[in-house]
Ligand binder design. Structure first.
Ligand code: KIV
Length: 294
């Protein structure tokens, strides 16, 4: 397999300039990260979607900085190539620029990720600028922003009317101006994303925002049928790994029950003379216990 150089910000910018599509996927664990990295995914997002996909919560809100840092560390341990982003959890950057810098710094120091992602446009531009001033790359996230679900009124496409679309365009311009190295657009009409992508000097990544962006993001669990509760319209399932795992689990249950598993090759042996000595020791113990009770 070809030896890949670690993905960097200048290379991502170059990909935008060259019109070379950027691939991005979420990963939440070491084993997922190893696979994603082997495949050669450019950007790996340790998304706060792990609150749902890995922890079974209904929203992204309950996930904490401690949980995110632990998962991000597992992912960076498995990634040699991909540019790893830690997703700033709910209320770890909204309160103030200072809080945002402290938590972004914690992500970098404790999980060794390459940058962070946060949600919001104009209202979060000063957070982005402060984090970037601290030397930490930031990806912005616009459109459907799950941390503001109550304000947005549910999982809905954003920017379908001209005014809302203009607001998203203004948000994108504000994030770029603030120093974001890239922007993720979630659930935005494709022709709105096209306008944003054409205007931006930085890579614009789509999740449900159509084909005209500079790159695409998919949620690992959606790609492989691993999230049973819901499959978003923008997701494409590339394999049904859940079915394969279920098949394996059923076979395991039946083999344990009928004694087919384990076979001698799955176990460890003890030499005959050691076993004989062990039995003698046990017999001696039993004898002395019996004597003790007598
Ligand atoms: O947390 C995440 O995985 C995300 C995507 C849903 C865009 O932010």
């Amino acid at each position: 397999m070809e030896e890949r150089q670690k993905m960097t910000l200048p290379r991502l910018m170059e990909m935008k300039r060259q019109g070379q599509k950027i691939t991005m996927i979420t990963a939440y664990s070491y084993s997922q990260a190893v696979l994603v990295d082997k495949a050669g995914i450019d950007i790996v997002l340790v998304g706060d979607s792990l609150s749902m996909t890995e922890l079974g919560n209904k929203t992204t809100l309950p996930v904490t900085m401690d949980i995110m840092v632990a998962h991000a560390r597992a992912v960076t341990n498995g990634c040699k190539y991909g540019f790893v982003l830690g997703d700033m959890p709910y209320m770890t950057y909204q309160p103030s620029d200072e809080v945002a810098v402290i938590n972004a710094g914690r992500f970098m120091a404790e999980s060794a990720c390459d940058g962070v992602k946060l949600e919001g446009g104009v209202s979060m531009a000063s957070r982005v600028a402060a984090i970037v001033r601290a030397g930490i790359p930031v990806m912005g996230h616009l459109g459907l922003t799950p941390q503001s679900m109550s304000m947005l009124g549910g999982f809905k496409v954003q920017g379908r009317d001209a005014l809302m679309a203009k607001r998203i365009m203004d948000d994108a311009a504000a994030l770029e101006e603030a120093g974001a190295f890239s922007i993720l657009l979630e659930c935005v009409p494709d022709r709105v994303s096209k306008l944003i992508t054409e205007r931006a000097q930085i890579p614009i990544i789509s999740i449900g925002a159509g084909p005209y962006c500079d790159g695409q993001l998919m949620i690992f669990h959606d790609m492989f049928g691993l999230y049973p509760d819901f499959t978003p319209r923008f997701a494409k399932q590339y394999a049904n790994v859940a079915e394969v795992i279920l098949g394996g689990l059923k076979q395991y249950i039946s083999e344990v029950r009928d004694g087919t598993f384990p076979e001698p090759k799955h176990g460890f042996t003890i030499k005959d003379e050691q076993l004989a000595e062990l039995k003698a020791l046990v017999a001696e113990d039993k004898y002395s216990q019996e004597k003790g009770h007598a």
